[in-house]
Design a protein around this ligand. Structure first.
Ligand SMILES: [Zn+2]
Length: 218
């Protein structure tokens, strides 16, 4: 499994391109390309490596994570997957973008709604899904057990957690989601968050100030 991280758009949101080295089958998580050079970069990566993009996933529906969907759909023809609780963000995306003074295409509705029981195979490995609300109602974490990494959207960051002051945000729910996620994996799993650099479950479990008191309660 190869993973390419692309920090994109005015919000510096991390897009992750995951592909299997032998089959070249590929998933793109949050393809938030906005600037012309970002679109060219994504196109270049897909074409130069002859990646076969099978699916596009949105970790959640916030503008910075979905604003490149339309470009990625046109580029790859792949279907978009998201959680149904975040669909309303897709309807409001253009208005939201205007508040930030940016122009985006109207994002089409996701082709598929993700159910937490779904499992997605990519080459030799598998992504299982955990519904991890709190930053938004429809926030998802994608866990790859074979390669021990998690694409966790804006749930938890190195030394921080996702903001909960936006619609659907709820800190109690977010902390419960972090706990549920961390309880379902080992400390050596890499966390690939929606902003900033990667970290590990163990690092955040032990040193993240926002998570102090999360353990030992029950
Ligand atoms: Zn977000």
């Amino acid at each position: 499994m190869e993973i390419i991280r692309l920090p994109l758009n005015p919000f510096q949101m991390n897009c992750y391109i995951c592909y299997d080295k032998s089959t070249l089958d590929c998933f793109i998580f949050d393809p938030g390309v906005y600037y012309k050079e970002e679109k060219e970069k994504l196109k270049n990566i897909i074409e130069s490596k002859t990646l076969k993009v099978k699916k596009i996933f949105n970790t959640h529906g916030h503008l910075d994570h979905i604003l490149g969907n339309e470009y990625a759909i046109k580029l790859t023809g792949a279907p978009v997957y998201a959680h149904e609780s975040d669909i309303y963000f897709f309807d409001n995306a253009v208005e939201q973008a205007r508040l930030f003074n940016i122009e985006i295409d109207v994002p089409s509705q996701p082709d598929k709604l993700i159910s937490v029981d779904d499992v997605y195979n990519l080459g030799e490995s598998t992504f299982r899904i955990l519904h991890t609300p709190g930053h938004s109602d429809g926030s998802l974490s994608f866990i790859n057990d074979e390669n021990k990494f998690i694409i966790c959207g804006d749930l938890v960051f190195q030394g921080s957690v996702g903001r909960t002051d936006l619609p659907g945000g709820n800190m109690e729910l977010l902390l419960d989601s972090v706990k549920k996620l961390f309880n379902s994996v080992d400390d050596d799993y890499t966390l690939l968050p929606g902003h900033m650099s990667e970290t590990t479950v163990g690092n955040e479990r032990n040193y993240n100030q926002f998570l102090i008191g999360l353990y030992g309660k029950d």
